[in-house]
Design a protein around this ligand. Sequence first.
Ligand SMILES: Cc1cc2nc3c(=O)[nH]c(=O)nc-3n(C[C@H](O)[C@H](O)[C@H](O)COP(=O)(O)OP(=O)(O)OC[C@H]3O[C@@H](n4cnc5c(N)ncnc54)[C@H](O)[C@@H]3O)c2cc1C
Length: 261
Amino acid sequence: MDASVIVVGAGPAGLMLAGELRLGGVDVTVLEQLPARTGESRGLGFTARTMEVFDQRGILPAFGAIETSTQGHFGGRPVDFGVLEGAHYGVKAVPQSKTESVLEEWALRLGADLRRSHTVRALTDKGDHVVVEAEGPDGPQRLTARYVVGCDGGRSTVRKAAGFDFPGTSATREMFLADIRGCEITPRPIGETVPLGMVMSAPLGDGIDRIMSASGAPPPADAPRRPRTRRSPPRGSASPARTSRTRNRCGSAPSATRPGR
Ligand SMILES: Cc1cc2nc3c(=O)[nH]c(=O)nc-3n(C[C@H](O)[C@H](O)[C@H](O)COP(=O)(O)OP(=O)(O)OC[C@H]3O[C@@H](n4cnc5c(N)ncnc54)[C@H](O)[C@@H]3O)c2cc1C
């Protein structure tokens, strides 16, 4: 057996799970197709519950000075979490790339075996173990584990191979997102509904602002099904550091089109 548990995907979910398994004394291998972390900002911060868990695990200091807020939103409507008792609130303006780097370092320190440039292609359930077929840097590999966990995102290969359904509905709106450097933008951190849709903006630090907008109109039929991301990070100019066009999805997975928290 190569590992007790193989986790597929080194995003926030896979890295968190790998660390938790190591804390429980389980040997775990994480297979990740990307040769390096993307560095994309994506989710900006985390919820009060996540902050509580990070605190319990002792990894909160690794985020440095973090800004908390009692202000949240539900679909652009303000929600005041300050009325709830508790020591933790949502954390703002921490790019997902930072969260991933903290979680990766934590999981590796605890002994997780992270193998990058490994793309999982197929699984075979043998009853008492699972055979994982992956494409690694040196060619095809077969690994065995007692359990395999799919943390490989919304288009999960593991989910499809294991036969799990993913019911949902077609996209009903399209959202544009850009991280922009060099502009003065009024913060609208919880999003603002306007007659034509929703706009949101938040400072990310280092002179970069996140702006998002949704028109409320259905996406055009020829819109791409995958988020499109373009990076152009020249410093010192009012230029997009990163732009994306995403479509919302309804289902059990987190949508890429929520306004940042
Ligand atoms: C442009 C954009 C903006 C976003 N903004 C926000 C936001 O403001 N707020 C918010 O809460 N969320 C946001 N999200 C959503 C957020 O990024 C996701 O919810 C989050 O990344 C999900 O984490 P995860 O670990 O489940 O999956 P992922 O982060 O998708 O990680 C899955 C990992 O699995 C790997 N993988 C996939 N297939 C295989 C395979 N076959 N073999 C090996 N590895 C594989 C992938 O390379 C990836 O590293 C945004 C997403 C995008 C794309």
